[in-house]
Design a protein around this ligand. Structure first.
Ligand SMILES: N[C@@H](CCC(=O)N[C@@H](CS)C(=O)NCC(=O)O)C(=O)O
Length: 202
């Protein structure tokens, strides 16, 4: 059985075990406390020298890091990855974009507001982060006002990657009222068979 190293509330960790639930594959959830410094402990650095969750550990001891790479491995050969090479590349376009333009703004803002004590230093950085977070949400809104899913006619890994932090954007103190297409997509996504919420524990 896979072991998934994760931390309570992490969207990057959620991507991995949400997909495992969609695929109905068993796994063991292993909690790592980021705020207590466990991701930087000598024991955890042996598991992932980068010092971050999520990590997928195989029964034979191999390990994979990076949420979107882990999902790509787990979903190989399933409908979560389009078989058409162009659509598959479009899926990766969204997933690389998520890591560069969405997660560093939406997820980081959420971490500051929801998990950390807001210091004056962080507070000074909020307007710039918010500007970039809303710019990312605008891009998603533009796409989702034309199509039900980010790529093709059904959900792909791109939707999981972007659902993870978008559906909790309010916890980043982002106002989602002007994003009707995103909100409709969140509703469609949460109705998929096998869906479990970010608060779920197996
Ligand atoms: N690009 C990585 C990002 C992973 C990441 O930022 N993990 C955070 C939690 S969401 C973490 O482990 N932070 C702990 C730390 O930096 O010590 C991925 O998608 O897996």
């Amino acid at each position: 059985m896979y072991r998934v190293y994760d931390s309570d509330g992490s969207g990057n960790g959620y991507k991995v075990w949400l997909l495992l639930n969609f695929l109905r594959k068993p796994y063991k959830w292993v909690g790592v406390d980021i705020l207590a410094g466990e991701t930087k402990s000598p024991d955890f650095l042996k598991i992932n020298p980068v010092g971050k969750i999520p990590v997928l550990e195989f029964e034979d001891g191999r390990r994979l890091i990076e949420s979107n790479a882990i999902m790509t491995f787990l979903a190989d050969g399933t409908d979560w990855i389009p078989s058409d090479p162009f659509q598959k590349a479009q899926m990766f376009s969204w997933m690389f974009w998520e890591q560069y333009s969405h997660e560093p703004n939406v997820a980081v803002l959420r971490f500051w507001h929801h998990y950390l004590e807001m210091t004056p230093e962080l507070k000074a950085q909020v307007p710039e982060k918010e500007k970039k977070a809303y710019a990312a949400l605008d891009i998603m809104e533009m796409q989702l006002s034309h199509t039900d899913w980010l790529v093709g006619d059904g959900p792909t890994l791109a939707d999981i990657a972007l659902y993870a932090y978008t559906h909790v954007a309010e916890e980043a103190e982002l106002d989602m009222s002007d994003y009707p297409a995103i909100r409709a997509w969140i509703g469609r996504f949460a109705a998929l068979p096998g869906y479990v919420p970010i608060t779920f524990r197996p």
